[in-house]
Ligand binder design. Structure first.
Ligand code: GLA
Length: 335
């Protein structure tokens, strides 16, 4: 190797140390002197995630740190966002990943860049398909919330005096994500243990976890079961149930023969505001404030004071309907 080649090798080897990337644990606090953290969400268009951002911002304003909100809709965007945060001297981030199987790659990249991280909503899984216990997480008590949906479907069906013979359950499912699977499984379990026949439970597996994804899946289901006169609907979230309700409307089913109950409560207010009731009967209102504010606060305190967050935190929900949503949301500081 000649002298130039040797100098080049030295630069390549020591450049990270020269520019300060060699000691990931010791980061500066940016030019403003304030701690900066990121908040990455998988579906920035969903009201649920906009609410998380809103409450994360409230946390940043009250504790005086900088918050960078990033819509990370695919794996490439997540990895680029982490590079970007590191380049901005951020100290950590909260993330709801577009794909939980990216967990090991996200953690490795964050560790490399000296960034602390917490997952929210969707928990990372490792190469073995199991949750990654080393990553701090805040999510919902998915199975319990699913069961609350199932119980409420059962209560409303009985209140209306529906004949079980003519009724079926449509579960718009997104089973590749555990929190989603636990929700629909929980609803099915509660309903069947209240006496609903298992053979009247029909799953509509979504290819994409959004309204059109549920609409398409439920349309297929309705073609297969054209003889059902009354439908109950459960799903992963409000959007799943909204897509199902729209598909049913296309086939002539409406408020009188559909009982749909969603999850989130943040993504169905427009539905409740419609002049006439639709098949979207109720939702379980989750706690977006806790998911946005509390995760940001935990991460901030961890960075600033070294207070490690609890490894796992699970939140609950409250049933809301067209009649009650305004009052409940007001009480929860959401209206
Ligand atoms: C998942 C869903 C969201 C919301 C959160 C709540 O990420 O996709 O719509 O329900 O869980 O934790």
């Amino acid at each position: 190797m000649d002298r130039r080649g040797f100098s080049y090798l030295l630069i390549v080897l020591f450049l990270p140390t020269i520019i300060g990337c060699g000691s990931p644990g010791k980061k500066s606090e940016g030019t403003s002197g304030r701690i900066k953290i990121g908040f990455l969400v998988k579906q920035p268009d969903e009201p649920w995630f906009q609410n998380e951002w809103k409450f994360a911002q409230q946390c940043a304003d009250s504790f005086r740190f900088d918050l960078v909100k990033i819509g990370a809709t695919d794996g490439e965007k997540v990895l680029a966002a982490i590079d970007n945060l590191a380049a901005q001297d951020a100290r950590g981030f909260v993330i709801c990943s577009p794909d939980v199987r990216l967990g090991p790659a996200i953690l490795a990249k964050a560790n490399n860049a000296g960034l602390k991280l917490m997952s929210v909503d969707d928990r990372f899984v490792g190469a073995d398909g199991k949750f990654m216990p080393e990553v701090h997480h805040l999510g919902i008590s998915a199975s319990e919330i699913g069961k609350a949906v199932g119980r409420a479907l059962n209560d409303e069906m009985r209140k209306r005096g529906w004949n079980i013979e003519e009724t079926a359950l449509c579960a718009a499912t997104w089973e590749e994500l555990q929190t989603a699977r636990e929700r629909t499984d929980g609803a099915i379990e509660a309903l069947t243990s209240a006496g609903f026949p298992k053979e009247k439970v029909f799953k509509a597996p979504q290819k994409v976890a959004d309204i059109p994804g549920a609409f398409d899946a439920v349309n297929i289901l309705l073609t297969q079961h054209a003889n059902v006169s009354r439908w109950l609907i459960c799903g992963n979230n409000d959007n799943a149930v909204l897509g199902a309700v729209r598909a049913m409307e296309g086939r002539g089913y409406g408020a009188s023969n559909v009982i749909g109950i969603g999850i989130n409560g943040t993504d169905c207010t427009v539905e409740f505001q419609k002049n006439k009731p639709t098949g979207f009967f109720a939702s379980i209102l989750l706690a977006p404030r806790r998911h946005g504010f509390e995760t940001s606060q935990m991460l901030y305190r961890w960075i600033k004071d070294g207070v490690e967050p609890p490894k796992e935190t699970y939140t609950t929900g409250i049933l809301i309907t067209r009649e009650t949503y305004q009052q409940v949301m007001r009480e929860q500081g959401l209206l």
